[in-house]
Design a binder for this molecule. Structure first.
Ligand code: ARG
Length: 492
């Protein structure tokens, strides 16, 4: 194993294994190893273009870097004898191309701007991939909704039957929340996609570098201009982590409802076996384990965010090694979110909704009492609070029928509803859950027409967001292809 090129001048001896492992970020740097090669290529091309290093060194360095890119990084660059993959790659590359060229790779930069650039590069891809998964989930939810505009079910507050709604309306509640979660990820993406390269240790450099050119070659939309901010800021990681934690909170709520709905206590959904486990002792069991794990992983992602916030909040400018410890939290959090969203999409997409059972439950627990009170307001001239009192008293007496309402009207308001024209047919209609849903057609409500309007808006948003992701992926891919093509062109 070659010695760490970074260390040999200043410090004596090698570190004992446990100290080296404690210091090294190599294990977590697997996330950014490939990105580091691209950053190196962009940097070398820029050094050549600016006349900072000669053509023969540019060629030798790019030959080595392209070979490493094509063949894949050797395992040795991740050896914890190196403080990180940046030192690992520089050491390995120098062994490949010689000190004359290899020793020029790090001109005008530091690992501080290097690591921040690599993280942003990788995070950019991760965010697009995660946002893509969120689109797939949104799509499945809107598909279920469009098939279930008429599928009435009970809606709950405090987990008590509250008012009837539809499965479509319920699914679109989640589709709406996931649309915002998507937006938060993409907002963060805009601030991730900026280049800190050229900030060097923190005070930039005296070489005539061209920061715009490395930024453009790497497909960044702009610079992180202030060089101290560029190396020390990690809000670019906090923001996506926080967006992922919020996204996971939404995902966890949906998972939680599916767990509840799949219980024989409720019986609203039958999950596909693929997402379930059984018991080692109870032969009858079919447990919704994947969704339970998702619920727990939402807590883990929130924990990654908490840890990351804790790491940065007390750090002075500029770079401090604490920052290295933040990266694994970022990668784990984003990765957990992506896997979880994919699993959830599969679980929801393959679930069988027990619409008959939902319909049978829709009117239970007095869930149409609000509509009954509203009917007394709209058609029989009562103030809402009076109508609320009358219906509430009928519920309390266990007599939610014409006779019960008549008695409650006399007791609570001193009036006869029958005299005002209330009859059994009108009471029955008000107590019908479908009727309750049908009249709730205000924007955003569960009435089929209102749900169709929501579906249209959400579907349009989905198309727009899908196009944005495709465009961004293409833009990034074109930049990286261009970078590789430029590197190959130089080496001939
Ligand atoms: N492995 C380091 C990190 O992840 C790279 C930067 C090291 N810089 C330094 N001054 N020690 O942050």
């Amino acid at each position: 194993m070659a010695r760490d090129v970074v260390r040999s001048g200043r410090l004596a001896g090698e570190r004992a294994g446990d100290i080296a492992r404690y210091l090294s970020s190599s294990w977590a740097d697997r996330w950014i190893g490939e990105a580091d090669l691209l950053v190196d290529m962009a940097h070398v091309l820029m050094l050549g273009q600016q006349g900072i290093i000669g053509d023969e060194h540019v060629r030798a360095l790019l030959q080595g870097l392209v070979r490493l890119h094509d063949d894949g990084l050797p395992e040795s660059v991740y050896d914890p004898v190196y403080e990180d993959v940046h030192a690992g790659i520089e050491t390995h590359l120098t062994a490949m191309v010689g000190e004359e060229a290899g020793g020029r790779l790090h001109i005008g930069r530091s690992r501080n701007d290097e690591v921040a650039t690599c993280m942003r590069l990788r995070l950019r891809d991760e965010l697009l991939a995660l946002a893509d998964e969120v689109c797939a989930l949104r799509r499945v939810l809107t598909e279920i909704a469009s098939a279930h505009e008429e599928s009435v079910m009970p809606g709950f507050t405090h987990l008590q039957h509250a008012q009837p709604t539809t499965l479509a309306h319920h699914m679109l509640a989640y589709a709406s929340a996931f649309e915002r979660d998507w937006g938060r990820l993409i907002d963060a993406y805009g601030r991730v996609n900026r280049s800190p390269l050229g900030a060097a240790a923190f005070a930039s450099t005296g070489y005539p570098i061209d920061r715009e050119s490395t930024a453009a070659r790497l497909g960044f939309s702009d610079l992180v201009e202030n060089s101290m901010d560029a190396v020390s800021g990690r809000d670019f990681a906090l923001e996506p982590l926080s967006a992922a934690a919020v996204l996971m909170a939404t995902a966890s709520r949906l998972a939680d409802e599916l767990v509840l709905w799949s219980s024989s206590l409720v019986g609203f959904v039958e999950l596909d076996d693929a997402y379930c486990s059984t018991s080692s002792i109870m032969p009858q069991k079919k447990n919704p384990d994947t969704l339970e794990l998702l619920r727990a992983k939402a807590a883990s992602v929130a924990g990654e965010l908490g840890a990351a916030l804790g790491i940065v909040k007390g750090l002075p400018q500029a770079y401090n090694r604490d920052l290295q410890e933040l990266s694994p939290h970022l990668w784990r959090g984003i990765d957990e979110a992506r896997t979880s969203v994919r699993i959830l999409t599969g679980a929801v997409g393959t679930a069988r909704f027990e619409t008959e059972r939902m319909a049978a439950q829709a009117g239970l627990g007095g869930s149409t009492a609000t509509e009954l009170a509203d009917t007394l307001v709209r058609e029989f001239g009562l103030p809402f609070r009076t109508a609320h009192h009358v219906v509430a008293r009928a519920v309390r007496e266990g007599r939610l029928d014409l006779a019960g309402l008549e008695a409650a009207g006399v007791t609570m308001a001193g009036l006869s509803l029958v005299e005002r024209g209330l009859d059994q047919a009108r009471v029955d209609r008000a107590l019908d859950p479908r009727e309750s849903v049908r009249v709730r057609g205000a924007p955003g409500g569960p009435a089929p027409a209102a749900v169709r309007a929501q579906l249209e808006t959400l579907s349009a948003g989905l198309r727009r967001d899908g196009m944005f992701i495709d465009q961004e992926k293409k833009r990034v891919e074109t930049a990286i292809d261009g970078l590789l093509a430029s590197a190959r062109e130089v080496i001939g």
